[in-house]
Every structure is written in structure tokens, then in C-alpha cells.
Design a protein around this ligand. Structure first.
Ligand code: TAP
Length: 514
């Protein structure tokens, strides 16, 4: 059921100092230093000041989480799930307010921030229900009067490090299953979205989470993030972010053999075949390429067009792209918000220059958008490059902005070869009405996710999410698979025969008797 829609506009929060949350107490960093958080659509809008924390703060948080783990792991999983369920209820009641503050904090439009909160709500309810399952296996023994089973055990303190593009959904993907499985958490959100992270922690506190079970430490990746990864008291790390940082984290964690889940970059492509419903494909490409201003790990950044519909499709795509309305995401008319930061806008602009130098043709966009009120934020014109060759950097590297690279192909085989020809493998899509082509593509595409007749974005909370190749290290978030990451398997043998039974040795004897 949908949360009730608020009719009155909700006032945005005045700026203030926000705090870390350690062992059930809100406190500043021991450094006494702060960093600013500003609205990317309007740099005059100061959202708040957040603690610039240090290794000492991380130390305190990990100690609190370790102490709390001794108690939390013994709380029955359905009760742990009930707290997460209550957090879902609170998220639902506060959905509109949280969405508005999230739009203000990272720029994407209200429609999308509502979706981000909804993903958190869905994840809460799904994870809570898992508290009543957390299935192990019962397996027949090879010996008589013996019972075999596996049970799930929590792992310990989970370090959770998240990016800014899904400020609520991604933390919930990690924190909710971690908690339901009986782990405790030290959470470092992105410096660009600390407010939404603080709201999530407040909600879990209100839902009844005991002190120390979840600890929030604000600060930089190289300071706080790295300190969490290196800390010997942290048993596992769940990270979503860039492939470069993911590789660093993997190296840092290797020294203590920590379990690490990495969800990294993408260079996702849509293939459009001649028999596709072109109107449907057009809507999907616009939403996939320019939704969240292209700052989704699953964003459509390559469009692979069959030559027979290439020109026709581009004509329609250009016409639709030029009509996109840029602006503050809080305005219901806006279709594309700002980029999250000045640095992100510079990165996008740098890639546009690279594309031009490589010889791609700029169909539209290619510059910051600065007219009128847009001058206050980090806006960029929706950009399309045509005549892109698969080896070009704009077809190979993640740009994380509203830039679409169009590649022309002659066949499905060539389309799939182009699609597979990058180091990433997160999301993918094919538009076709041909069942054989669709199933061929599902089999041949190297990606963690393949959509048929739908855009590259649109993950559902109860389905596994993640990628292959350098998009990750084989783990999945979401769905049932994430519960494997947050638990250790314990294998249990119960021998009720009353005599020494030697597996393998006595099994062989028994089978000889048969
Ligand atoms: P990153 O720069 O990698 O940052 C992600 C998080 O890691 C931030 O909290 C960051 O802290 C922290 N961090 C940075 N350096 C660190 C270090 N040395 N040790 C520990 N933590 C460190 O990525 P981003 O710019 O926030 O997000 C964009 C990237 O994330 C894109 O590549 C995108 O594809 C990827 N992404 C992937 C997915 C999935 S599911 N595959 C989903 C969303 C985003 P700061 O606060 O200092 O930045």
C-alpha cells in the first residue's frame, strides 16, 4: 500500500550541526572539525554541518559495536526483524519529508527520491520477514542414527561504506540484512549525503535498536572509510562505490582476511533491434540515460542501435532529449536535476572534451547549463554523442553523468560483442519482439542484470543485485543472496547412535554390507 501523500508543502529543515551516533549517543567528532553539506541545485542553501571524524572516532564506534555484538547476536532473529519492520513503518510514514530532504541534499527529482525511500521501505519489510526464515539445510547423514544440518551464524561487526547516489536505499540494502542476521554495524555514508544517512539512523534508534548495534561515523573516505576497513575488530566490509576505491578496499581488507562485498561501477548498454517497439524503447532510453542525471551505477551510458533503425531512432531521441526540463528537483515540472557536485560536473565536462578529441559527433548538449536559476547549481545539458566507436574512452569508462554514447551495429552478434567489450558488467537491456533474439541475448550478455524490453534501471528489493567482471567481486545485494554474505554457515552433526561412528571409514563398511 502507498504511504499517504502529503498535500501541504513540507518546510525544509534549517541548517544546524549534525552529530555522529556512537553507542546510542549523539556526539561530535573528537577532532572538533566539521564539513559543510550544500544543495547541489542551489549553492546558497546550506543544509548543515557534519563532523569530520577521525580514526579515534572509528575506534570508539568499533568498540561499541563489538560489545553490542555479544548481546545482539543472541536476540532471536524474528525480534531483530521486528525492529527493522518498525523502521520500515517509520520510513513509510515519513516518506514525503525524507524524499524532499534527499532531493535537496543530492539533487535528483522528487519522483526518484520517493522511489529511493520506497526501496528502503521494501527492503525493510523483506529483510524483516527473513528474520522468520534464515534457513539452513537439513541433510541426510551417510551414517545411521545421525542428524546433519547447517545453521546460520552472524559474522560480527560489519563496516558499511556507501555512495551518495542512493543515499537511503543503498544503506538499507546493507544495514537491514546485516542487523537481521545478528551483526552490528559501523556506518560511514558519503560526505555528499550525510543528512539522509543521519535520518536513517535516527529512524532505527526510534524503532528500538539497542545502543551500540548501529554506529554512524561521518567523515572522509580516506580517513574514516579506510580506518573502518583496516580495523581488526571489523569482520566484514560492504562497500558500494567506484571500482578504483573498491580495489583499494579489497587490498586493505586482505591483510586481515576480511570478507568484502564490492558493488562498483558500470558502463551499461541498451541494444535496440529493428523489430523493437521504438516508442517503448525511446522512453526507456531517456529514463535510463538521463534519470538521476545519469548518476546511477545502472545508468544507460551506451546505446547500441541496429543500423536499420539508427537514423530514425536518433531523430526521435534528439527531439525528446531537447525537450527535457532541467531544474531544481523539488519543482514537480523538473525532469533532470543537477549533478551532485562541482567535481562531478568537471568530470562530465572533461569526458565531453575527450569524446570530441576522439572524433565522436556531438548531437546535443556538451556544456554546463547555466541559464537563470540553473547558474546556482551544478547543472549539465543532457548530452548525446553519435558515431562513437566501441574502443573510445567515452564508450569504455564510467562517466556518471547525463552523457549517452551511441554505437551503430549491423547484427545482434555484433551488438552483443560491443556490449560485452568493457571491463564492467552490471546492467544491460535489449529491446526486441523476437523471442529467440531475447533468449540468445540473455545467455550471451556478460552482466549481472539483463532487462528485456525495459531500461537498464529498475531493480526490485527482493531480487539479487550486482555485476560481473570489474563491477564487483561476486557478491550480490538485495534478494535472498545478501543473507549469505552477512552470515557464516555452521555445519552441525548430531550422532544419537551412542557409539563411535567414523564417517567415510564406517560408511564404506556399511555400503560393503549392503
Ligand atoms: P567513491 O568515490 O568510490 O565513494 C564511495 C564511498 O567510499 C564514499 O563514502 C567515499 O567517501 C568512500 N571512500 C572513498 N575513498 C575511500 C577509501 N580509500 N577507503 C574507504 N572508503 C572510501 O564513489 P562515489 O563517487 O561516492 O559514487 C560513485 C561510484 O559509485 C560510481 O563509480 C558508481 O558506479 C558507483 N556505484 C555503484 C553502485 C553499484 S550497486 N554497483 C551503486 C551506486 C554507485 P567520501 O565521503 O569521501 O566520498
Amino acid at each position: 500500500m502507498e504511504a499517504p501523500k502529503t498535500q501541504q508543502p513540507i518546510a525544509l529543515d534549517p541548517p544546524r550541526e549534525y552529530l555522529n551516533y556512537i553507542n546510542g549517543k549523539w556526539k561530535p567528532s573528537r577532532s572538533g572539525q566539521w564539513f559543510e553539506n550544500r544543495n547541489p541545485a542551489d549553492q546558497d542553501d546550506l543544509i548543515g554541518l557534519f563532523p569530520l571524524s577521525t580514526e579515534e572516532d572509528v575506534q570508539e564506534a568499533v568498540e561499541a559495536a563489538r560489545e553490542a555484538f555479544a548481546r545482539w547476536r543472541r536476540v532471536p532473529a524474528p525480534q531483530r526483524g521486528a525492529i527493522v519492520q518498525r523502521a520500515g513503518d517509520i520510513l513509510r510514514a515519513r516518506k514525503e519529508e525524507i524524499a524532499r530532504e534527499m532531493t535537496r541534499e543530492m539533487g535528483k527529482i522528487l519522483l526518484e527520491t520517493r522511489g529511493d525511500v520506497q526501496e528502503g521501505i521494501d527492503t525493510a519489510y523483506y529483510a524483516a520477514s527473513e528474520g522468520r526464515r534464515l534457513f539452513g539445510h537439513t541433510v541426510p547423514s551417510e551414517l545411521p542414527d545421525k542428524f546433519n544440518m547447517t545453521i546460520r551464524m552472524p559474522v560480527g561487526v560489519a563496516g558499511v561504506i556507501t555512495p551518495w547516489n542512493f543515499p537511503l536505499a543503498i544503506p538499507t540494502w546493507k544495514i537491514f540484512p546485516a542487523l537481521v542476521c545478528g551483526n552490528t554495524v559501523v556506518f560511514k555514508p558519503a560526505q555528499l549525503t550525510p543528512k539522509t544517512a543521519t535520518t536513517l539512523v535516527e529512524i532505527l534508534e526510534e524503532a528500538g535498536l539497542p545502543p551500540g548495534v548501529l554506529n554512524l561515523v561521518h567523515g572522509s573516505g580516506s580517513g574514516v572509510g579506510a580506518a573502518i576497513v583496516r580495523h581488526p575488530g571489523v569482520a566484514l566490509v560492504s562497500f558500494t562505490g567506484s571500482t578504483e576505491v573498491g580495489i583499494q578496499i579489497s587490498r586493505m581488507a586482505a591483510d586481515s582476511l576480511k570478507r568484502v562485498s564490492l558493488e562498483l561501477g558500470g558502463k551499461n548498454a541498451v541494444i535496440i533491434m529493428p523489430d523493437a517497439d521504438l516508442e517503448l524503447a525511446l522512453e526507456g532510453v531517456i529514463w535510463g540515460a538521463f534519470g538521476t542525471t545519469g548518476q546511477r551505477c545502472t545508468a544507460t551510458s551506451r546505446l547500441i542501435l541496429h543500423e536499420s533503425i539508427h537514423d530514425l531512432f536518433l531523430e526521435r531521441l534528439l527531439e525528446r532529449t531537447l525537450r527535457l526540463r532541467l531544474g531544481n528537483g523539488l519543482d514537480p515540472e523538473t525532469e533532470v536535476g543537477p549533478l551532485v557536485s562541482e567535481a562531478q560536473r568537471q568530470t562530465v565536462d572533461r569526458y565531453v572534451r575527450i569524446g570530441l578529441e576522439e572524433g565522436a559527433r556531438l548531437l546535443c548538449g556538451g556544456a554546463p547549463a547555466t541559464e537563470g536559476a540553473l547558474s546556482k547549481g551544478w547543472f549539465y545539458q543532457p548530452t548525446i554523442f553519435t558515431e562513437v566507436q566501441p574502443h573510445m574512452r567515452i564508450a569504455q569508462e564510467e562517466i556518471f553523468g547525463p552523457v549517452l554514447s551511441v554505437i551503430r551495429v549491423r547484427s545482434l552478434e555484433e551488438a552483443i560483442e560491443v556490449l560485452n567489450g568493457t571491463r564492467y558488467g552490471l546492467s544491460s537491456s535489449i529491446y526486441t519482439r523476437n523471442l529467440q533474439d531475447a533468449f540468445y541475448a540473455i545467455r550471451e550478455i556478460e552482466a549481472g542484470i539483463t532487462y528485456v524490453n525495459a531500461p537498464t534501471i529498475g531493480a526490485e528489493a527482493h531480487m539479487p543485485f550486482g555485476g560481473v567482471k570489474q563491477t564487483g567481486n561476486g557478491h550480490r545485494e538485495g534478494g535472498w543472496e545478501v543473507f549469505d554474505f552477512y552470515t557464516e554457515t555452521k555445519t552441525v552433526y548430531i550422532d544419537y547412535s551412542g557409539r563411535l561412528q567414523r564417517a567415510q571409514i564406517d560408511t564404506e563398511r556399511l555400503s560393503g554390507e549392503a
